[in-house]
Design a protein around this ligand. Sequence first.
Ligand code: EPU
Length: 348
Amino acid sequence: MNLVENFSLKKLNTFGIDASAKYFLEANSISDIQNLLDHKKISPFRDGVSPLLIMGGGSNILFTKNFDGLVLKNCITGIELIKEDSENYYVKAGAGVIWHEFVLHCIKNNYAGVENLSLIPGSVGAAPIQNIGAYGVEQKEVFFELEAISLKEKNTIHLSHFDCQFGYRDSIFKREAKGKFIITSVTFRLFKKPKLNTSYGVINQEMEKMGVKEVSIASISQAVCNIRKSKLPNPEVLGNAGSFFKNPTIPVEQYIELKKKFPDIVAFPPSPLGRGGAGWKLAAGWLIEQCGWKGKHVGNTGVHKDQALVLVNYGNANGSEVFELSGKIMESVKEKFGVELEREVVIV
Ligand code: EPU
């Protein structure tokens, strides 16, 4: 067991925040994790006496302070086709596989369903936790089951789609099951016959620009990569964690009032007609931009110039600076529109 003390997490979080962990460990296999959990040095973390943080790609996390416990980085790799039937491929991927590498593997092998989720930063194990989504598709549409180790019982369990209780950027792992399991692998049910989803207008526009004659999962993936690269900052160049806030959902009555006052408001109707879920979903990026935040620098942090939903680290920001800025943004959106924003990024 290679337990490192006072480990810098700067390279392990896409925000590039210079925080450290009191203890740090990497796990490369299920047996690695099971052995670790048996170790007496680890038991206080396993039993919840001292804080434990399981990290994947570090792309949805903001460290506001040093972590006074054990950070366990999940590095379980491997992608395997475990079965197929007339319609689907069942593909199992280790929790530590980089999400985009998994997407590329699927495209190469003609496994359809994740092409719209191209280039999302992070790892396979984190995908179900926040039910990642982009360009009209959510991870839950291809999720089949996952394997996890229970910290308490130390046994391996399987959780189904139903068990995970997926919602918009949400699952049981953000609520009741938080901190109770270590996800070791995820099995996805991918399609033999693609359901090409170009419901987001920008995808078609981009494919036109690319001169695509016949739409395929590869061309959608390429279009999504191009769009993401043009809109979202590359964390390797400018630290960030993607959308910092969720797009808020509001009741129809509130939406009608807001629409009267702000006719240009960007919103999506309730499902199944649109992307809104139970109420109207507002584009938080628009709300934030209207409050004048887009492109603003505040000390070492700021709001991205092309996408107001993304907060960035201009170099030496500390997490509490970013957190403070997010609070100010929330206040101003509340004041101008009466709408509460909720942070999407996990705050540590
Ligand atoms: N908009 C603005 N100003 C901005 C940003 C957006 O007015 O600065 C308006 C525009 O009208 C735009 C609309 O908001 O048409 C929606 O913007 P965009 O298509 O960029 O999507 P988003 O709602 O801001 C969501 C996800 C992204 C995902 C994109 C594409 C959330 C919180 N974010 O962003 O996911 O890539 O849709 O599907 O749902 C992430 O979760 O980290 C993430 C990047």
